[in-house]
Design a protein around this ligand. Structure first.
Ligand code: PLP
Length: 383
């Protein structure tokens, strides 16, 4: 990452920042990633934006526009209403099963939009709970069945259980409708490469997915599987799907901001676009470690204290800055060691590339969109 880029960002923050730790999104880089995604996208698949990874109205609005999609994947029930406020025509797939109590609590608020929401169901027991609620309320739930294609995070694993769920849906068409399957396959990217070949793992997970589709055709023959949302993918496996997939609906989010967990060879063409910038509060030319003050005379090190700290990720500016190995971490005023000849001073900024976007966006009230030396704030999704 070039120093000149971060020096410019620092100048911009000094001119028009708020002097606090700020979450910054480089809009040009974000647009670049969107354009790249658009150019790679297979026509047969619907792009579904992962809301937790882009939990900001402006980020989502831009991505929906550029990728021409209204399909969203939501992981936190209160985000459903935020999504409908953004665009009343979005269609939502829950990315994790919601406890029935959460559905009961929020049902009134989302009732009119119920046909645009697909609920993720991972077991027949949960399906029965949803059926009970649908009967009680006189409504119908659109159901996406979570299938285990190798990640083993839950969902239907064996055909016998899957068929029981299909039969329950078949018996209650007025209250339950099968609208899709969801098989998340991130294990393909996580397994150690020399032992596990990603292409082979992908082939196996796709075969499992195809077997579940076949079961739907067999046990729910009235269902037109081409009309189902056959969701798969995620930023880390998307490019496998682009070559060949049984899915018609692919979810992703993080790669558009590319936090450090997504610095993978397969995603090398995407650009990091998310930063945490934090002002420097203090600079100490010869930092003294408590109890070992003598040591600083023998081995002087320069240290800084910053506003906030202890974020998961990497410091990208100034290069070579690192937390002190013995001083301890702090979320309030973290101490960092500087490399020799590093000229940053009080009121300059330190810049981090966060490890994840989903956890980072939650920690900040606002994101600041950075474009041509201007910063513009937009609220992040909160509860
Ligand atoms: C079900 C599901 N689909 C897709 C994703 C991919 O999200 P991202 O592209 O932000 O990694 C996730 C991430 O947690 C997920 O749980």
């Amino acid at each position: 990452m070039q120093d000149a880029y971060f020096q410019q960002l620092t100048e911009c923050l000094k001119q028009s920042g708020n002097g606090l730790q700020q979450l910054v999104i480089d809009i040009e880089r974000y647009e670049y990633n969107l354009q790249l995604m658009r150019s790679l996208w297979p026509v047969a698949c619907i792009p579904r934006l992962v809301v937790k990874s882009l939990a900001n109205s402006e980020l989502l609005r831009l991505a929906m526009q550029r990728l021409n999609t209204r399909a969203l994947m939501v992981f936190h029930l209160p985000h459903i209403s935020s999504c409908f406020e953004l665009d009343s025509q979005v269609n939502i797939l829950l990315g994790k099963p919601m406890p029935i109590q959460a559905v009961v609590t929020h049902l009134d608020e989302i009732y009119t939009n119920l046909p645009k929401i697909q609920w993720l169901i991972d077991s027949t027991e949960r399906l029965k709970q949803y059926l009970g609620l649908a009967i009680h309320k006189g409504c119908r739930f659109s159901i996406s069945l979570e299938i285990d294609v190798g990640l083993h995070r839950g969902g239907f694993q064996v055909e016998q259980d899957f068929v029981k769920a299909l039969q329950l849906i078949r018996q209650h068409p007025e209250h339950l409708q099968l609208t899709g399957l969801m098989g998340y396959d991130v294990h393909i990217a996580k397994l150690p490469a020399p032992i596990f070949k990603a292409a082979e793992r992908y082939r196996i997970s796709q075969q499992r997915y195809a077997d579940f589709i076949q079961s739907v055709q067999t046990y729910l023959p009235e269902c037109d599987v081409t009309q189902l949302s056959l969701n798969g993918g995620g930023s880390q496996t998307l490019l496998h799907h682009f070559k060949q997939t049984v899915c018609n609906d692919l979810a992703f989010g993080s790669v558009l901001l590319k936090p450090t967990d997504f610095n993978l060879p397969i995603l090398q063409d995407f650009q990091p676009a998310l930063w945490i910038a934090s002002p420097i509060l203090k600079r100490m030319e010869s930092f003294q470690l408590p109890g070992l003050e003598m040591l600083s005379r023998l081995h002087p090190t320069t240290a800084i204290c910053i506003y906030g700290g202890y974020w998961r990720g990497e410091c990208v500016y100034p290069k070579g800055a690192k937390p002190h190995p013995f001083y301890g971490r702090s979320t309030n005023q973290e101490l960092w060691q500087l490399p020799k000849n590093c000229a940053v001073k009080v009121d300059d900024y330190v810049v981090f590339q966060p490890a994840q976007s989903e956890s980072t966006l939650q920690q900040f009230h606002m994101s600041y969109f950075y474009h041509q030396q201007v910063l513009k704030g937009a609220l992040n999704f909160r509860e």
